[in-house]
Ligand binder design. Structure first.
Ligand SMILES: NC(=O)c1ccc[n+]([C@@H]2O[C@H](COP(=O)([O-])OP(=O)(O)OC[C@H]3O[C@@H](n4cnc5c(N)ncnc54)[C@H](OP(=O)(O)O)[C@@H]3O)[C@@H](O)[C@H]2O)c1
Length: 238
């Protein structure tokens, strides 16, 4: 039976992904800070689940705890980094915290996961939930977009390395558009919004298909492509 670990699985996309993967027959390891929420998610999973309290602001400790979780599960085949916060107030302390979770936290886990799969010689998959927001710098979410662009680039680098070293490690970059979750509650100006259970099904499909990159839902690939093509004088007025 395949084993998947999801970090950031206490609410929204991560909790629905845990439930979806469990429904598909995976053993699921779920991690985040809020233990009661994780217990509720485990209650909705159909198969075997493992719970770990991990705070991604504490990077070294988080890596140690990921190692413990892998051990408790008897190995892992897929490691998903979904933890993230959205912050656009422009206040440095909050923005800094977001960088620590979304970007440095992701690197701490992706780096650990790569080494784990490489050293154990097992086939593996690293999945990062980034965002369409990584496409271009935007005044609406300066720091947030930058953390997601960091993830895009980091995952491309890991894929490059896995191929060069002939390692059977798949790197899957999940790029959601607007998803209805606690993070986006009350957020104005959203469009093409989908619910997180539906998004989780699309993400699970992309993971099982071992996609390199998947926009959720797929029409965001077109939007991202157009955003990249727009000349600065138009983008800067949007
Ligand atoms: N919703 C959208 O429209 C959208 C669009 C594009 C990308 N995304 C990305 O999708 C991911 C999930 O977001 P969501 O919308 O589902 O939001 P959410 O419901 O707020 O979920 C965020 C998850 O991240 C975890 N997390 C936050 N800080 C953490 C920390 N310090 N340590 C460990 N876990 C932490 C939370 O767990 P605890 O609080 O329990 O620790 C929670 O499980 C994020 O990376 C987000 O950037 C979302």
């Amino acid at each position: 039976m395949k084993k998947v670990i999801i970090i950031g699985a206490s609410s929204g996309i991560g909790s629905d992904l845990a439930i979806e993967m469990s429904k598909r027959g995976y053993e699921v390891g779920i991690a985040a800070r809020r233990l009661e929420m994780l217990q509720q998610v485990a209650g909705q999973c159909t198969g075997k689940t493992y719970i770990k309290s991990i705070d991604m602001a504490r990077h070294d400790e988080a890596r140690t705890k990921l190692g413990e979780l892998i051990e408790e599960m008897g190995g892992a085949d897929i490691i998903v980094y979904n933890a993230g916060i959205g912050e656009s107030s422009g206040k440095w302390e909050k923005e800094h915290q977001m960088h620590e979770i979304n970007a440095v936290g992701f690197a701490a886990i992706a780096n650990y996961a790569f080494k784990y799969f490489r050293d154990s010689g097992r086939e593996g998959q690293i999945v990062g939930v980034s965002s369409v927001a990584g496409t271009r710098g935007s005044r609406y979410a300066i720091g947030y977009g930058a953390t997601k662009a960091f993830m895009w680039n980091y995952m491309e680098g890991q894929r490059h390395k896995a191929i060069a070293e002939k390692k059977n490690i798949t790197i899957t970059d999940i790029r959601p558009g607007f998803i209805d979750t606690p993070m986006t509650k009350g957020q104005k100006g959203m469009f093409w919004v989908v619910d997180s259970a539906y998004a989780a099904r699309l993400i699970a499909n992309a993971i099982e298909a071992k996609k390199k990159v998947a926009y959720i839902p797929g029409k965001w690939a077109f939007a991202s492509f157009v955003m990249r093509l727009l000349p600065d004088f138009i983008w800067n007025r949007s």
